[in-house]
Design a protein around this ligand. Structure first.
Ligand SMILES: [Fe+2]
Length: 299
């Protein structure tokens, strides 16, 4: 039995995708291209995406008032700030995911990184919940939770512990870790099924598991603005209600399918690259041998 796994990542030791030319494709680019008369100027503009339900749909567990402030003011502020910050910069026109990873790997965590990551995190958070959610998952999600945390109760304990102990502002995640970190100076071992596991991680402020190349499946926002209106300072009660009444396990299941497909796609891509390199090496060797034969014949 695999024991429950909890990883507390700080920002500094966990660099992801450094030196990689790969572009992550988590979601379609949410940009619009304004048409202006005169010289052609393209300007990316991110939009505030609404939650996939009405603002009162999560009541009585999460109030309309909380959604009005949390989505309508905080989330909106991140979008408006980022649009101002990236205008006319190299970030203009990039996806949120690429902005997050590029700035993280440059060590430039303020302020565009924070706004881009907070937009991504909040979109992901709203979609992690649904009216009538919570309870226990089924199917492969439950099977993997049982395998990687010992039991569903083991996962709940792990997730609650991580979310309640995140000091200050931050996020707690359930993520799929395929162990394919593409770091410039590292050589990855051959992938195996043992690499592919669910983990609970927490991240400070705006950071998220994309920067470690994990595939997030579920998140809870533990910034105080997420729960203060409904629970005041009782973060533990907010975490319990989130798990018991709000989690969208359907969405987690869909995200798990996408994460596995992405891991398989990347493995196949790496196999193809290795085969091409091997083939190129064999061609070079044959040319070398042919060249040697020609020299001996001419002597
Ligand atoms: Fe938030």
């Amino acid at each position: 039995m695999v024991t429950a796994t909890s990883i507390t990542c700080s920002l500094l030791p966990c660099k992801g995708l450094q030196g990689s030319n790969r572009s992550l494709h988590w979601r379609k680019k949410e940009t619009q291209w304004p048409r202006k008369a005169g010289p052609s100027i393209t300007t990316a503009k991110f939009e505030l995406k609404p939650p996939p339900y009405a603002l009162n749909a999560l009541e009585p567990h999460m109030s309309r008032e909380t959604l009005e402030y949390h989505w309508g003011k905080h989330h909106r502020g991140y979008v408006e700030n980022l649009n101002k910050q990236i205008m006319g910069t190299e970030l203009d026109g990039m996806t949120l995911e690429d902005i997050i990873i590029l700035l993280y790997n440059k060590g430039d965590l303020l302020p565009a990184f924070n706004n881009a990551a907070q937009i991504w995190n909040h979109d992901f958070f709203w979609e992690s919940m649904q009216p009538g959610g919570g309870g226990k998952p089924s199917g492969e999600v439950l099977e993997l939770i049982d395998r990687d945390f010992g039991s569903f109760e083991g996962f709940i304990k792990e997730f609650k512990s991580a979310a309640s102990t995140q000091f200050g502002s931050g996020w707690t995640w359930l993520a799929y870790k395929a162990n394919r970190l593409d770091v410039e100076n590292a050589v990855n071992p051959r992938p195996s099924d043992e690499d592919k596991k669910l983990v609970v991680v927490k991240s400070p402020n705006a950071a998220n598991p994309l920067v470690w190349d994990y595939s997030p499946l579920l998140t809870i926002d533990v910034w105080e603005h997420a729960y203060y209106l409904d629970f005041q300072n009782q973060r533990a009660n907010y975490i319990s209600i989130f798990l018991e009444k709000l989690v969208s396990w359907e969405e987690v299941s869909s995200r798990l399918d996408n994460a596995k497909a992405r891991a398989t796609e990347r493995e196949n891509e790496e196999w193809r690259e290795e085969e091409e390199e091997e083939s190129a090496g064999n061609d070079a060797m044959e040319m070398y041998l042919e060249s040697e034969t020609d020299d001996s014949e001419s002597e």
